[in-house]
Design a protein around this ligand. Sequence first.
Ligand code: SF4
Length: 294
Amino acid sequence: MKVRTFSIVAGSMVCNARCPFCVAHMTPKNGIDKTVPSVNWRNFKKACQLARDGGCSTAMITSKGEPTIFPDQVTQFLKALTAYDFPVVELQTNGILIADGKTNRISDQHLKDWYEAGLTTVAVSICHYDSEKNKQIYMGAGSKPYIDLPALIAKLHKYGFSVRLAVVMLKGFIDSIEEVEKMAAFAKEHGVEQLTLRPVSKPDKSENEAIFKWTSEHHVEPTLEGEVNEHLRKVGKPILDLAHGATVYDLDGQNVCITNCLTVQPESDELRQLIFFPDGHVRYAWQYSGAIIF
Ligand code: SF4
């Protein structure tokens, strides 16, 4: 059984952002929980072994909420991963707690420790290159400003990490070829190593009606992904075909990839990803509890 990527769900459902498209924002108000969620470390080792035996070279620490709310747990995961020698180790975050600010929840020592433990890439979720636009999504209706994104990118580079901007495409935000070009220009200006774009996904209506309604209203045109690919093929250079059908382009020196992130490929014996949940369960799809290995 081949494994492409290995996702580790760290932290809890708690998040410090208020994205209207996310189920995590239904969790207690800005509830930065002080308790570190427990982890089934025995099964974590088994999951790592399974991923490595499947030839997986990338491990990504992610969360159902925001993993950096528990930075010491991120360190623990990274240290535990070193035994398996994944060449690429990534952390997916909204970046708010890493950015310089009032919280100082993540110290310089955390960043140094993460680098020493092998973290290669920090993938920062954003919705736009414009700070006000990101504020609308991440900071909710309040007056809190959004982080200084260019300063965050510079800080991550200073500590030795590669940066991926993971853009959620929304109507009224990054929703056209022109906006994709501006997003790529921003990435290039700030030396961002990788830029990925993904149309916002809709949950089932039954899961959460408010989020279903918001995402239905802000979903980009279904044809946009094909149009952007066609455009990038013309003005850029396709440099890599990924296993799940997406193509990576070089656009004037900037790495760009648009994907719709399908996770289940029932016809294939190749699992695109393994997902480790802190309670010890290992699955191969986010959306189906039945896609379980143990
Ligand atoms: S940052 Fe991520 S986890 Fe947090 S509310 Fe936004 S989408 Fe959800």
